[in-house]
Ligand binder design. Structure first.
Ligand code: HEM
Length: 464
């Protein structure tokens, strides 16, 4: 076995440390990562009788990520909502679905979303206008709502959400569902059916799941009818008639499953998975980028100059601009490096897996977290680590060791979506406003996702 992290006790292993740290999971995971680093990048931890391999070494992380495909049972909490969608599926289902879904997340498809991304980015900055020059404010709710809305439009299509209540109701349901899942995960007494029912949490969860499922089902039904009509009358191309050149995920999934590859229920699972996995990740990452830019005026100025040169003062971002925004890309990569929203991957070890010096035993679990060390150093030194230039001078490369979007075969399918939506949001934001932030006040929270908990307020002033 690799070395144990300090603090092991007979029978309970390190369980006491986990229980004592339950109110501050980030601190706990960070301390595990520090111990693991000191012990050479691979270590073990016991949660009672459960054995966990901890991996911070990037090369070992790739081996583990490629060999351990099944996710930890903690993800089962999400199954009432996401079913056997891509994020929660077990290996066999996952292999089939991932192959089927990959084309829906390809670069040309995401390029088709640019109109949606541009209009959503402009909507966001217009909503923030009342805060100009008015001092610090909490921007998190604006970011979250905008991210869910963008994903809903990209997933269900414009027509489905022309009804403004649809988006509002769905957004609220998603946010509440995420907080219920998080409390179920951390409050062990809510994990038993009896107490969960007694406290009303179960009823609320069931009702939210029913709402979201009914809403998705309705859109799927309506879309199928539209597509049937279009097939009968080939000149009636409703989306094209509105001048919008994009294909929402729903259309793509219906097309990909035309020969019965996915049932309506499975399509619904995937649509909910896209929204569930995409919204907090993109909104938190955007918040982190704005805070880091706000704390580094010289970086913000350099990015602003690039945006002006490539896009001018207010033009939308087009497909050909994306590769020209080199410094903006480096800012996003550096934000992902120092504050990645998903720094840990928790997987099952189903068969013996050979690492360089150790073999992980079947029947155990592994916590893969090579990015955690960056958070720890950014967190303790606050901001001195942030330098987009590293991505331009070759110090860092966007290769398979860079784990912000996961490592191995089961990495993030939404990576291209995330990179492009962040670029478009920042391009509109930084050309309209000068942002200021104080990173020294930032307190981080970590449940399923790393996010700002307090001290994340920003100030915005009229442009440069
Ligand atoms: C900056 C934003 C994002 C970050 C940092 C991020 C990060 C990650 C990471 C690290 C994983 C792997 C988790 C693991 O192996 O346990 C993952 C998986 C996943 N992500 Fe993302 N993600 C982001 C945005 C998105 C978006 C926008 C979508 C959807 C449009 C998305 C959909 C997914 C899905 C479906 C999975 C599961 C993939 C599978 O199991 O095959 N993500 N993400």
């Amino acid at each position: 076995l690799p070395p144990k992290v300090p603090g092991w006790l007979p029978i309970i292993g390190h369980l006491h440390q986990a229980v004592l740290s339950r109110s501050n999971l980030l601190k706990f995971v960070a301390s595990l990562s520090e111990s693991c680093e000191k012990l050479g990048g691979v270590a073990v931890f016991n949660f009672g009788s459960e054995l966990y391999y901890l991996i911070t070494n990037p090369q070992e992380a790739i081996i583990a990520g490629n060999s351990c495909i099944n996710r930890h049972y903690a993800y089962d909490f999400c199954k009432t909502w996401l079913g056997h969608g891509l994020a929660t599926a077990t290996e066999e289902t996952w292999r089939h679905r991932r192959k089927l879904l990959n084309p829906a997340f390809s670069l040309p498809v995401i390029h088709g979303f640019l109109d949606v991304f541009n209009s959503q980015a402009k909507k966001l900055i217009n909503e923030l206008e009342p805060h100009v020059g008015k001092g610090p404010f909490d921007h998190s709710l604006y970011m979250k709502n905008n991210a869910v809305e963008t994903l809903c439009v990209g997933t269900f299509g414009i027509k489905a959400i022309e009804d403004v209540n649809f988006i509002k109701k769905y957004t609220e349901a998603v946010s509440e569902m995420v907080s219920i899942l998080v409390s179920k995960f951390f409050k062990f007494w809510l994990q038993g059916n009896f107490i969960c029912k007694l406290t009303g949490v179960q009823d609320r969860e069931d009702s939210l799941v029913e709402t979201m499922h009914n809403m998705s089902d309705k859109v799927i039904r309506e879309k199928k009818q539209i597509l049937k009509k279009e097939a009968l009358n080939k000149t009636d191309k409703s989306e094209v008639a509105t001048g919008i050149e994009y294909r929402p995920f729903l259309d793509l999934l219906l097309e990909l499953s035309a020969n019965g590859a996915l049932t309506d229920k499975q399509i619904r699972e995937e649509l909910n998975t896209i929204i569930g996995t995409g919204f907090e990740t993109t909104s938190s990452q955007l918040m982190f980028s704005l805070m880091l830019l706000g704390a580094h005026p010289e970086v913000q100025e350099k990015m602003y100059q690039e945006l002006l040169t490539v896009l001018g003062p207010d033009r939308d971002v087009e497909r050909d601009d994306l590769n020209k925004l080199v410094y903006t890309n480096a800012v996003i990569m550096e934000t992902l490096r120092v504050l990645p929203t998903i720094p840990c991957m928790l997987r099952c070890v189903d068969k013996d897996v050979k690492l360089t010096n150790y073999t992980m035993q079947a029947g155990s679990y592994c916590l893969i977290f090579p990015m955690m060390t960056n958070i720890v150093s950014t967190w303790s030194t606050k901001t001195s680590e942030f330098s987009p230039e590293r991505w331009l001078n070759g110090e860092f490369k966007n290769n398979q060791e860079f784990a912000a979007f996961g490592v191995g075969k089961r990495g993030c399918i939404g990576r291209t979506y995330a990179m492009i939506v962040l670029k478009v949001q920042l391009a509109h934001f930084i050309r309209r406003y000068r942002v200021k932030a104080d990173m020294s006040q930032l307190k981080l929270n970590f449940d399923f996702v790393l996010k700002p908990e307090s001290g994340h307020e920003i100030r915005i002033e009229r442009g440069m």
